[in-house]
Design a protein around this ligand. Structure first.
Ligand SMILES: Cc1cc2nc3c(=O)[nH]c(=O)nc-3n(C[C@H](O)[C@H](O)[C@H](O)COP(=O)(O)OP(=O)(O)OC[C@H]3O[C@@H](n4cnc5c(N)ncnc54)[C@H](O)[C@@H]3O)c2cc1C
Ligand code: FES
Length: 328
């Protein structure tokens, strides 16, 4: 049975029932992966033609509306089909693992956002924009996005205290410098595409600034010269943070344009007010050829995805991590 891999134009012979990720690996097709368990989204690819099955034995449904994205590690091949993998330059392989870390810093960035710094016992590789699962105790486990780079020697997170939040309540009240934390990952497919040379649209809602800072720092560290347009949306003036970091990054990368957009309580005469999506609409026409990185609350990410698509950014060039609630 044939599997056609685009854009490589390679045909691979596979047995019916073969796992897609394993078939790609066996044929030495460059393909990103991490958790191998359908959790991290790193092995996302697109079915262009033919039907595939998901792990449970049901036909795989599209992950992103009508665009037919699937997770290769959870996908099984039952008939000849054509799949589209990320461009080879985009591939990152950081096998997921768990490392022990120690809390070295907890400080307030705003009235409800904490900066949490961990020192891992062993270095953890990750790409700018990825996240990890932090286990503070067996009952306190949540995903959080790194704000720094993997060569930093420490892991930095920005955690917003959610009213009645179980894990953020634990971090705010119980976690102490010196405590042990288990770090599992890296996870996530909204990582920096280093070979892209066109403009970048970065949209951060609240602590979505953490992975966006990682992406900006990564782009600058890689010597990327792309124009970068950052939209940082916050609820009100007291929720703004990180401006000194952003100013520092602008000095290093003059093509970084920063727009802070206040949801309410701002002064329209001197500050940008409203929705980040409206600000993007006002500032830009056609965005064909751009890449978008969208991080923060699910409604904001969904709204920004709609705007990015409408303005011409290809679905495969929109890299998004919505901060979904876990529930347990
Ligand atoms: C991929 C990913 C990356 C993430 N990265 C970050 C990050 O870098 N920084 C960060 O602060 N968070 C991040 N999160 C969110 C984080 O994992 C937790 O969901 C969040 O901290 C709340 O946890 P909690 O246990 O305190 O709240 P829970 O006890 O799970 O929830 C308590 C109540 O608050 C509601 N709730 C939960 N989150 C929010 C919210 N953001 N706004 C409003 N209501 C909410 C819930 O629906 C529930 O009713 C990320 C989530 C994902 C999926
Ligand atoms: S490697 Fe497939 S979802 Fe993580």
């Amino acid at each position: 049975m044939d599997l056609l891999v685009q854009p490589l134009k390679r045909v691979i012979r596979v047995e019916p029932g073969a796992n897609l990720l394993q078939a790609l690996q066996a044929a030495q097709v460059p393909m990103s992966y991490s958790c191998m368990a359908g959790r991290c989204g790193t092995c996302r690819c697109r079915v262009l033609d033919g039907e595939v099955m998901e792990g449970s034995g049901e036909r795989q449904g599209p992950l992103d509306g009508s665009d037919n994205f699937v997770l290769a590690c959870q996908t099984y091949l039952t008939e000849p089909c054509t799949i589209e993998i990320p461009e080879p330059d985009d591939v990152v392989v950081h096998p997921a693992r768990t490392v022990k870390a120690t809390v070295t810093g907890i400080e307030h960035l705003t009235h409800d956002i904490l900066r949490l710094v961990l020192r891992p016992a062993k270095a953890m590789e990750f790409s700018p924009g990825q996240y990890v699962q932090l286990q503070f105790t067996p009952a306190h486990v949540r995903p959080y996005s790194m704000a720094g780079l993997c060569g930093d020697g420490s892991l930095e997170f920005h955690v917003r205290r959610v009213p009645d939040g179980r894990v953020t309540g634990y971090i705010a009240h119980d976690l102490q410098v010196g405590d042990a934390v288990r770090v599992s990952g890296p996870l996530g497919s909204a990582y920096l595409r280093r070979k892209h040379e066109g403009p970048m649209l970065c949209v951060a809602g609240g602590t979505g600034l953490a992975p966006i800072l990682s992406i900006l720092r990564g782009a600058i560290a890689q010597g990327m010269r792309n124009p970068i347009h950052l939209y940082f949306g916050v609820r009100s003036p007291r929720d703004v943070y990180g401006l000194s970091w952003l100013e520092h990054l602008q000095r290093e990368h003059p093509r970084l344009n920063v727009q802070v957009v206040l949801g309410s309580g701002g002064n329209p005469a001197t500050q940008r007010c409203g929705l980040v999506t409206d600000a993007i609409e006002q500032d830009h026409g056609d965005l064909s050829g751009w890449r978008a990185y969208l991080c923060g609350s699910p409604p904001m990410v969904e709204a920004a995805t709609v705007v990015a698509r409408r303005k011409g950014i290809a679905a495969g060039h929109i890299h998004a991590d919505a901060f979904y609630t876990q529930g347990t």
